[in-house]
Write a protein that binds this ligand. Structure first.
Ligand code: PDD
Length: 290
């Protein structure tokens, strides 16, 4: 596997970073996960826009313009095997003596990128759907930043794995102004289907604005699927006809069991079937056109 580190391509075994890297010491950095189909990065402009948003959010200067990023990304794709890949892009505030405050003067950021094989979810998973558990969303208030500091997400996702499930759906506890509501998954976005309508939580500071989430809403708009973007009360996920999970690596999956109880009929529903097919068509059309 060939990776990219600070301006150079090399075998992953040769890649070395300092133990003083602020990513290692503080989790002080941001990342992106970009799917690649038929050797072309999918929705690259959108991923690079979100990367800029994350960098702005942690006050780190973007080390490259979009065309430079595209050059590095295309070279990494070319140097790795497989038509379909997913890229992991990671930028930290660099190497400096340990101090919480930013290095002054600033140091060069650490820029790391690797490629892994990407395979579509297996047919059995599409047919059966996956199970999920719920847990309290105990993360910070800037979940819109794709931060490499993922300890809460790691612990929350492990709760699903411990229960033999695929994902943990996160619920923000009720506050003085609002009742409990659903934000997203530990590593995915979540949609609710009720009475043939798709419900999506708003892209605010409490969830990661998913690139797949945007594609799903674009598809819904283009095909006359009714949808509404609004806060989703916790009770609504337990009364859903269908629950859907989306991410760049999992595309769209049906959640058919929640906390051990069936969601709707307990089988992937009509909205899932439709969106899954439309997503495949969308992908194919975009890749053909690019
Ligand atoms: N995670 N929300 C969270 C917390 C995520 O970690 C992800 C994706 C998403 C979906 O975003 P997108 O559609 O842009 O992939 C939502 C990636 C895949 C990961 O960390 O591996």
């Amino acid at each position: 596997m060939t990776i990219y580190l600070n301006g150079q391509f090399m075998p992953i075994e040769d890649a070395k970073i300092s133990v003083l890297d602020r990513g290692f010491i503080f989790g002080d950095g941001v990342y992106e996960v970009i799917p690649v189909y038929t050797r072309k990065a999918f929705r690259l402009a959108e991923h690079l826009r979100r990367l800029r948003h994350s960098l702005d959010g942690i006050r780190l200067v973007n080390p490259h313009g979009d065309s430079e990023w595209a050059g590095i990304i295309n070279e990494l794709i070319a140097r790795n095997p497989g038509e379909d890949q997913y890229l992991y892009l990671h930028i930290t505030r660099g190497v400096a003596k340990r101090d919480h405050a930013f290095p002054n003067p600033p140091v060069a950021p650490t820029i790391f990128m690797m490629s892994s094989p990407l395979s579509a979810p297996p047919a059995e998973l599409l047919q059966s759907g996956v199970c999920a558990v719920t847990a309290q969303d105990n993360r910070w208030l800037r979940c819109d930043i794709k931060a490499i500091a993922l300890l809460p997400n790691v612990l929350l996702r492990q709760m699903a794995v411990d229960a033999g499930c695929a994902e943990t759906i996160l619920i923000r506890a009720e506050s003085k102004s609002e009742g409990a509501f659903m934000t997203e998954g530990a590593a995915s976005n979540i949609f609710v289907v009720k009475d043939d309508k798709l419900l999506a939580p708003p892209k605010d500071n409490l969830m990661l604005p998913g690139i797949t989430y945007d594609v799903i809403l674009e598809i819904a708009a283009a095909h006359g699927i009714q949808y509404e973007v609004r806060r989703i009360a916790a009770a609504e996920i337990f009364a859903a006809d269908e629950l859907l999970l989306t991410s760049s690596t999992k595309e769209v999956l049906a959640i058919t069991q929640l906390d051990g109880k069936p969601v709707g009929t307990g089988k992937p529903g009509a909205m899932f079937a439709r969106l899954h097919q439309l997503y495949q068509d969308f992908k194919r059309d975009v890749m053909r056109a690019s």
